[in-house]
Design a protein around this ligand. Structure first.
Ligand SMILES: Cc1ncc(COP(=O)(O)O)c(C=O)c1O
Length: 374
C-alpha cells in the first residue's frame, strides 16, 4: 500500500524542528514562516511542550469521554482566562473542520433552523457541513452540495440583511480573517453590524478562528479587534502546536444536553496536555504581544519593497501579492533561500509563522525577497 496521492509534495523532508526552524536529513536549516499551515504556534519542539507530552504519555495517553478528565477542565479554565471568554464552555474535538461542524450543528439545534449564511471565498474545512459552507465548488462533492448554505460577498451588510430578514438561518459563519482566500480582513464596522443583525434576527454568529485565532493576529482572537462577542467560536491549528485538537467556545445561552455532541478522541489526555502546554508557553513568553510587534515590523518592512504588493493582514497573519507566479517564487524561496512560506491563489504569498519569530527572522525574509525579486 502507498499513501493516497492527493498532495503535491516538495522534494524535501524535514526530520527535526527547533523554534522557528526545521532541518532535513542532511542537516540543512530552513526558516519556517509557514508553521505547517499556521499550526506551529509556540515553535517546533519547545522544551516545555516536549516535557509536558512526554510526562503525560508516560502516565496515561488516552481514556474515553465516559470518565472525569481534569486536563479538560484545566485547559478550558486557562483558555477562558487567556481569551477573555471565561463564562463560555468548551467542547473539544480533533480538527478545524470538526469544530465548525459541531458549531453549525449546535446553532441548528438551538434555533431549530437549518440554513447557514457564509461568505464568498470562505474556507471552513472539508467535512460535510464545513465543506458545504466553503466557497470552492472543486472540493464540494455532489453528496455535500446543499441548498441550506447561501453565500454573500464579504463586507456586504445589505446582502446579509436581505438574507437574514427571512428569519430562517441558524447561523452566519465567518472567518476572523479569510486565510485560504489569501488574507482578507473583514472590516471592523462590518463585524459590528453583522453582530447586530444576527442578534436582531435570532441567528447565531459563528466566528471561525481556526487560522486567525490563538494569538496569531496580536489579539487572542481576530474578531476582538471589532469588540464583538460571537455566540460560537471555533479553534484548532495553533491550539495544539501539532497535536490534533480543535474546540468550540460556546456562549452561556446554549444548553448542554447529554449526547447532543460527542467524539471518541476529542479532549483526550495527550491533546489536552499539548493544549495546556501551548497556553502556558504563550502566557510565559508573551507570544500574543510578540505576534503583534513582529507582525507590524514585518509588514512595515514588506511595504518598502515595490515587488510586494497590497501587503495586508494583522499580526503574524500576513499576505501580499507578487507579479507572476506565487508558486514559482515560493519554490525559489525554499530551494535558494531555505525559507518556507505559504501561498494562495495564483500570486499571493501567505506568511503564518510561529508566534515566537523575531525581527531578525523578519529581516532574513525581507532580504531574501529583495534578492529574488528586485
Ligand atoms: C479558517 C479555517 N477553517 C477551517 C479549517 C479546517 O481545519 P482542518 O484542516 O483542521 O479541518 C481551516 C484549515 O485550513 C481554516 O483555515
Amino acid at each position: 500500500m502507498k499513501p493516497f496521492d492527493v498532495y503535491p509534495l516538495y522534494p524535501i523532508e524535514p526530520v527535526r524542528g527547533r523554534g522557528c526552524h526545521v532541518y532535513d536529513k542532511a542537516g540543512t536549516e530552513y526558516l519556517d514562516l509557514y508553521g505547517g499551515h499556521a499550526v506551529i504556534s509556540i515553535g517546533h519542539s519547545h522544551p516545555h511542550y516536549v516535557a509536558a507530552l512526554a510526562d503525560q504519555v508516560s502516565k496515561l495517553g488516552f481514556y474515553s469521554n465516559s470518565v472525569q478528565n481534569s486536563l479538560q477542565t484545566k485547559l478550558a479554565d486557562l483558555l477562558g482566562k487567556m481569551s477573555g471568554y471565561e463564562e463560555y464552555s468548551l467542547f473539544l474535538c480533533n480538527s478545524g473542520a470538526e469544530a465548525n461542524e459541531n458549531a453549525m450543528k449546535l446553532a441548528s439545534f438551538h434555533t431549530g433552523r437549518s440554513k447557514i449564511l457564509a461568505f464568498s471565498k470562505a474556507f471552513h474545512g472539508r467535512t460535510s457541513g464545513a465543506v458545504a459552507a466553503t466557497d470552492n465548488p472543486k472540493i464540494v462533492s455532489p453528496f455535500n452540495r446543499t441548498a441550506n448554505v447561501v453565500f454573500v460577498p464579504l463586507n456586504d451588510i445589505d446582502a446579509v440583511r436581505s438574507e437574514l430578514s427571512h428569519g430562517d438561518f441558524a447561523a452566519v459563519i465567518i472567518e476572523g480573517i479569510q486565510g485560504v482566500a489569501g488574507i482578507h480582513v473583514p472590516d471592523d464596522e462590518f463585524l459590528v453590524k453583522l453582530r447586530e443583525e444576527t442578534k436582531r434576527t435570532g441567528t447565531m454568529l459563528i466566528l471561525d478562528e481556526i487560522q486567525s485565532g490563538y494569538g496569531r493576529t496580536g489579539r487572542f482572537f481576530a474578531h476582538q479587534y471589532a469588540g464583538i462577542r460571537p455566540d460560537l467560536i471555533t479553534t484548532a491549528k495553533g491550539m495544539g502546536n501539532g497535536l490534533p485538537i480543535g474546540g468550540v467556545l460556546i456562549s452561556p445561552e446554549f444548553e448542554a444536553v447529554y449526547g447532543m455532541l460527542g467524539t471518541t478522541f476529542g479532549g483526550n489526555h495527550m491533546a489536552c496536555a499539548a493544549g495546556i502546554a501551548v497556553l502556558e508557553v504563550m502566557r510565559e513568553e508573551k507570544l500574543v504581544d510578540n505576534a503583534l510587534r513582529v507582525g507590524e515590523y514585518l509588514m512595515a518592512q514588506l511595504r518598502t519593497i515595490p515587488t510586494a504588493k497590497d501587503v495586508r493582514g494583522r499580526g503574524l497573519m500576513i499576505g501580499f501579492d507578487v507579479d507572476g507566479s506565487g508558486a514559482d517564487l515560493r519554490r525559489r524561496l525554499l530551494f535558494e533561500k531555505h525559507i518556507f512560506t505559504g501561498g494562495a491563489g495564483l500570486s499571493t504569498i501567505r506568511l503564518l509563522p510561529s508566534l515566537a519569530i523575531t525581527e531578525e527572522h523578519a529581516d532574513l525574509f525581507v532580504n531574501a525577497l529583495k534578492d529574488l525579486t528586485l
